[in-house]
Ligand binder design. Sequence first.
Ligand code: ZN
Length: 224
Amino acid sequence: MPIPIDRLIRSRRRSLALIVEHNGSLTVRAPLRTPDSQIHAFVESKAAWVARKQAEARAKYVPAKKYVEGEVFLYLGKSYPLRIVSSQRPALALEGSLRLSQNALPKAEATFTRWYKAQAAEVIGARVAHYANLYGFQYGRIRISSARTRWGSCSAKGTLSFTWRLIMAPLEVIDYVVVHELVHLKHRNHSRQFWGGVAAIIPTYKKHVRWLKTNGRLLTLDAK
Ligand SMILES: [Zn+2]
């Protein structure tokens, strides 16, 4: 069976290129006048490579949330099912399950994002204060970002930023990211001294680095 081309983009380029997208679909970029037959022959000649890349992409792909009854959402490393309930305030509440007000359904993603951000500000704020008090770190303010793969950062002025997506991770992983950024207040690099500072507070930190590498892509609501 020939490999389906999901998107063919012609432009003023010189060569053919195959791109396997994050959801496993195949995009082909082609010069303006390359005949279709030549494009298909090229794709077929790369069939094994395309199949391998598509299998890899599909295995890693996290589909966007659909906001349907029973669908699970991560919070502090645990999965909670969604229950759609008659109108309530606040629009989203965690009571064993995540209860979403029916009238918030049309803006479910925004409602979830707002809820996650509020939880992140509270929980991460408390963890930063805890470790800063315990180990004598002086920090500026805490900012909650929407970064996708940058879990935290530390500015020259001592502002600590954390993505709200972290609140989906287990608390011990959040603690590692918090300590990582606090130690940056003293070591503004990833030197041996820096990692020594992290290990002095969280001896098992490598486990959490690995957890983020493996599971970080799950900490999302959409498929981007
Ligand atoms: Zn760092």
